[in-house]
Design a protein around this ligand. Structure first.
Ligand SMILES: Nc1ncnc2c1ncn2[C@@H]1O[C@H](COP(=O)(O)OP(=O)(O)O)[C@@H](O)[C@H]1O
Ligand SMILES: [Mg+2]
Length: 334
């Protein structure tokens, strides 16, 4: 089991309230992602759950038990950090076994647990190597292995892939998702990268300045962002925002339209502009359109190869049914 509940939790460092009163439930078996800009309190929230920071007020419950005052080692959680924190002088086997040795588990059981983790993570051939002989991705897998052998009630990941290059990140992202499929253990994963959040999460928690802006599945956030912040944060490239007369036509202060919800044409459309940069990726084409009278730049995404070039006139038609309307406070309108 691994149901985690935060009730009215706050955290201040001195006079600075980093987490204003916050309520959150993560169900057993969920893959929850905390996402938000740097400094918004993601790590602090994770560390509060882990017990590495004390709450200023409020309660934290794991499977119904109040653990607010319980030490980190007794919470049954395992944390994986961005810096792998491996022991350089120990073999991979010893690194993975470390928490079990600390717990004075019997050697035969330790070996079996390490072999099982190594097979899940494809580390079987590397068990006698030292961390220095491994790639960044392999080292991160060792750190995850060390978490797995503890059979925690939940895994806590703090930006575990940030030190890896882009291609490796995509691979590890998939591995962690597969690990979750396999273990079905609750995972809480912190990242500033909305693509990681969208691809990995069952439940995304969008944070800004310690405050929860929205909680929902990836597609709930994509389809119905509750406010301008979430609308601009989720989705890549980001949603276009249009104010002024065009928004007023829809009875809104601001309208939002995603780049993939605008159709392009050489001859006709609702809006007209001039193509600035055109990015031809083959699978997709992105146009950055100027002189529309709507916004500084409109970003448009077309599927496949579309042959507008820099300086071309382009006509654009938004999908009316997929327009997002926001009021003067930036809140979503029905
Ligand atoms: N130990 C600390 N002492 C004082 N301020 C801290 C401490 N840890 C974090 N903060 C502050 O709390 C805020 C949130 O930090 P953090 O949780 O690390 O953000 P994130 O992980 O989202 O980047 C930041 O303003 C940071 O400076
Ligand atoms: Mg952080």
């Amino acid at each position: 089991m691994g149901r985690i509940v935060l009730e009215n939790v706050t955290k201040s460092f001195g006079d600075a309230e980093v987490i204003p009163p916050l309520d959150l439930t993560i169900e057993d078996g969920e893959f929850a992602v905390f996402v938000g800009p740097s400094g918004c309190g993601k790590s602090t929230l994770l560390r509060l759950i882990a017990g590495l920071e004390e709450t200023t007020s409020g309660r934290i419950l794991i499977d119904g038990e109040d653990v607010t005052e319980v030490s980190p080692s007794k919470r049954g959680l395992a944390m994986v950090f961005q810096t792998y924190a491996l022991y350089p002088h120990m073999s991979v086997r010893k690194n993975i076994a470390f928490p079990l040795r600390m717990a004075k588990m019997e050697q035969g059981e330790i070996d079996a647990a390490v072999d099982r983790a190594a097979s899940i993570l494809n580390l079987g051939d590397y068990l006698e190597k030292r961390p220095g002989q491994l790639s960044g991705g392999q080292r991160q897998r060792v750190a995850i292995g060390r978490a797995i052998v503890r059979q925690p009630t939940a895994f806590l990941f703090d930006e575990p892939l940030s030190n890896l290059d882009a291609a490796l990140r995509v691979g590890m992202r998939l591995e962690i998702s597969e690990l979750h499929e396999r273990l079905k253990t609750t995972m809480i994963y912190v990242t500033h990268d909305q693509v990681e959040a969208m691809t990995m999460a069952n439940k995304i928690v969008v944070l800004r300045a310690g405050h929860i802006e929205q909680v929902g599945s990836p597609l709930e956030l994509y389809r119905t962002p509750r406010n301008l912040f979430v609308a601009g944060f989720i989705g890549s490239p980001t949603m276009n925002f249009i104010t002024g007369e065009e928004a007023a036509k829809h009875g809104a202060q601001t309208i939002g339209i995603r780049p993939e919800h605008i159709a392009v044409s050489a001859s006709e459309g609702t809006w007209t502009g001039k193509v600035g940069v055109a990015e031809h990726l083959g699978s997709d084409t992105f146009f950055y359109v100027h002189d529309t009278g709507l916004a500084e730049t409109l970003t448009v995404r077309a599927t496949g190869e579309v042959s507008f070039r820099n300086g071309d006139t382009i006509h654009m038609t938004p999908r009316e049914d997929l327009l997002h309307r926001f009021d003067a406070a930036g809140e979503r309108m029905a």
